[in-house]
Write a protein that binds this ligand. Structure first.
Ligand code: EPZ
Length: 432
């Protein structure tokens, strides 16, 4: 298993190209299941989660073509998806257990084929992660749902029926699944308390290009008028706001200056506001963000995660790493996931001063310097928080279980090296 080794203390300076968003790309790929035409997605990130989703679609019968592409002088991928006929209507356990987002096949396959079997994902490192909202909403639309041997079996007689659905909470996954299902339903579906994350806006844009009739983009009330058939389309995936936010913190924690090329500042307003309030200079441009923390002694700030446009849970661990070396104390409150402080024990091993209170809050008291150590994390964002701590720490940090980072950060070591980090990826054999 590969590891990342970092010698900390280098100030990062230069430009980092922000890739297409993983959490936009995953539902966009599944939207291609709604049509027998070709859906082409450009600006696709090269990540293991994308490969896993592609592999799942291939088992179901999708033909995928891959092309190398260039954007602003950077290599990106374009994929074309075409599902003329299904070889299987099953999303097997081995795929879903590796990647929960496999559940995005549920809505599209049920709407198009009238039957789907999906292995229930079960819990994961950050929480129990139920799917009740996805399932009860489909039932409201006329689906018959049964759980048998760990699988959801969903069936419909004819087409799904439009319904007025009120979500108990603004789930990102349920919003995407029900949106996709409703595009092919009979009549009108209204989703109240829908999630408003930019990745959902990106999905709506693609679906409307495919001929869907969806109103209410970027609002919490979505109105979908079902159509009989959708067509193919070409779409460019939006920039990854979480990757951009993560590298903004890399600039801050090393007191450096980085331009995040291709980042969309309007999708990161709350995190940027917090960085500014800490004394870090932020310049927002149309297609980039410049983060300048040179000669800044930043102060700790409180953060509380929330649904978009609130502070994203997917940046909580990275912000906590920053707070470990800020002046004074910060209160970090996690409201979305019940177990998202697994980075804390690892940060403590690097000399951080953090007290966790219950499941939801932690007090971080800034220390002068962290010290490098071998560390590991159990999820993607927690792993990046350890990379950040390693960039700021004195001496060498080894981040184990790099496969977590490969799920969501494209070419992380290359991007950080290009702005001056002393970082290398080593295989187990090289490390002996
Ligand atoms: C998406 O997960 C993201 N994943 C997560 O990013 C992100 O943390 C999360 O949204 C919140 O922003 C992808 O986009 C692939 P939810 P999702 O349904 O859709 C509860 C990362 O690091 N809930 O909005 O699974 C749930 O338990 C990942 O890239 C129910 O109770 O999140 C949680 O407490 C990690 N019942 C809350 O809602 C349901 O049926 C939000 O979950 C569904 C969700």
């Amino acid at each position: 298993m590969d590891k990342i080794k970092i010698i900390g203390g280098k100030k990062l300076e230069g430009k980092i190209f922000i890739s297409g968003a993983k959490n936009a790309a995953l539902p966009l790929i599944c939207a291609s299941l709604l049509t027998d035409d070709t859906v082409t997605l450009t600006n696709m990130p090269q990540l293991s989660d994308i490969k896993s989703m592609n592999a799942l679609l291939e088992t179901m019968g999708t033909k995928i073509d891959e092309f190398n592409d260039f954007m602003d002088g950077h290599e990106t991928k374009t994929y074309s998806y075409r599902t003329q006929k299904f070889d299987s209507l099953v999303a097997p356990y081995d795929y879903v257990r590796k990647m929960r987002a496999s559940y995005y096949v549920l809505g599209p396959v049920l709407a198009r084929k009238g039957h789907v079997e999906l292995s229930l994902p079960g819990g994961c490192a950050i929480g129990a992660r139920p799917m009740d909202i996805h399932l009860t909403s489909l039932e409201q639309m006329g689906a018959k749902i049964e759980i048998k041997n760990g699988y959801v079996h969903a069936d419909i007689d004819g087409r799904l029926k439009g319904a007025h659905i009120i979500f108990p909470l603004a789930s990102v996954g349920a919003t995407c699944n029900i949106l996709m299902a409703a595009t092919l339903a009979e009549g009108q579906t209204i989703i109240e308390n829908a999630a408003k994350e930019p990745e959902i806006g990106d999905l709506i844009t693609l679906l409307n290009k495919m001929g869907a009739k969806i109103e209410g983009i970027n609002t919490s009330i979505l109105k979908i008028t079902g159509v009989k058939k959708l067509n193919g389309a070409t779409h460019k995936v939006i920039a990854d706001r979480i990757e951009a936010g993560s590298y903004a913190i890399a600039a801050a924690i090393t007191k450096g200056k980085i331009e995040l090329v291709n980042a969309q500042p309007q999708t990161l307003q709350v995190p940027l506001k917090i960085l500014k309030s800490m004394g870090i200079k932020i310049e927002e441009r149309e297609n980039s963000i410049i983060v300048d923390a040179q000669n800044v002694n930043f102060e700790g700030k409180d953060i509380m995660t929330d649904y978009y446009p609130g502070f994203p849970t997917d940046l909580q661990a990275q912000f906590m790493a920053l707070m470990t070396v800020a002046d004074g104390a910060s209160l970090v409150t996690e409201q979305i996931w019940e177990n998202r402080f697994m980075h804390v024990p690892e940060l403590l091993r690097m000399g951080a001063n953090i007290n966790v209170h219950g499941h939801a809050s932690a007090i971080v008291r800034g220390v002068k310097r962290l010290s490098g150590a071998p560390v590991m994390a159990t999820d993607l964002r927690a792993s990046f928080a350890l990379v950040l701590a390693g960039l700021a720490a004195e001496g060498e940090t080894t981040v184990n279980r790099v496969y977590h980072l490969d799920r969501g950060y494209e070419k992380l070591d290359e991007k950080l090296k290009a702005v001056g980090a002393e970082i290398r990826r080593v295989s187990e054999a090289e490390d002996e």
